[in-house]
Design a protein around this ligand. Sequence first.
Ligand code: 5MM
Length: 343
Amino acid sequence: MTDSLQDIARRLVAPGKGILAADESSSTIKKRFDGIALDSTADSRRDYREMLFSADTAMREHISGVILFDETIRQSARDGRSLVSLIEANGSIPGIKVDMGAKPLAFYPGETVTEGLDGLRERLVEYYKLGARFAKWRGVITIGANLPTPGALSANAHALARYAALCQENGIVPIVEPEVLMDNPNATHTIETCQKVTEATLEAVFDELEKARVDLTGMILKPNMVVPGKDSGQNAAPSEVAERTVAAFHATVPTSVPGIAFLSGGQSDVLATEHLSLINQLPNRPWKITFSYGRALQAAALKAWGGKPENVAAGQDAFLHRARMNGLAALGEWTAELERQAD
Ligand code: 5MM
């Protein structure tokens, strides 16, 4: 029997679990590999992802789903098994990034709209056959002088809603990711501005989702946390980040949405964990709240692996630690003491 959208969405936000965002496009993974002086080739990308997906304890206990890039969903491990089957063998759900990236929005200098709707229905049919049961689309919102504009907010929200409807039509759970950037060039905005823009963004997104007749019970929201811009000079207390983030959701996110899975957005890995844990200690949370981190789950593992076959176990240990810490944070049970115990 095929799982319903609601079953898949519920599994993605199961207690103590979250999503591994491993959907870096070719240019992004090249940047990450440059950091460890490793050439980005189809084989090195495969080796890296194989190292992560075959970290059995981390995957089985803490990773509910993995977001893949088009190349990765078609790749096989060194022993010939598909990378999709490695993920499934650990009880985790394969997912796929289906957007084609954020492109300049005509007549809106400094703003983008995410492309990829043309031909999406056919691509979703193929991805389903390849094993994907959920998908991801990221819209990017930039804060700056007079930005974001209502026009860019509405264009990105509309695209997210059309994507989400196509996913559900094809039995795939949409992860709806409207990211208000914290690390764009000259990100001097305050945490107050981030909260205002995050609320305006989520309001526009849910308005368009409703118009597109998307079933909110069969989707996951992947938002940013409410944090100051990286160049703001503001140091927000973790408790303030948690409170403002949840306040933004109360103002905008319908309670029929089953789950919220954060992006990390350029926060340090430990801070992203601490924020998530504090959020999960606040009262009155009608949604399951967890992680869908890319950098914050992978940075330490990538460094420990360093592109060397002899370091696979070290890379997997580092990944297990972050997955475990974030699994605790998803339950509101992370502590600095537990974080240190791994050192
Ligand atoms: C893993 O990074 C994802 C893909 O980015 P590109 O398309 O630019 O290569 C990205 O969409 C990611 O899934 C989310 O932003 C969350 O990742 P972070 O690193 O912000 O947690």
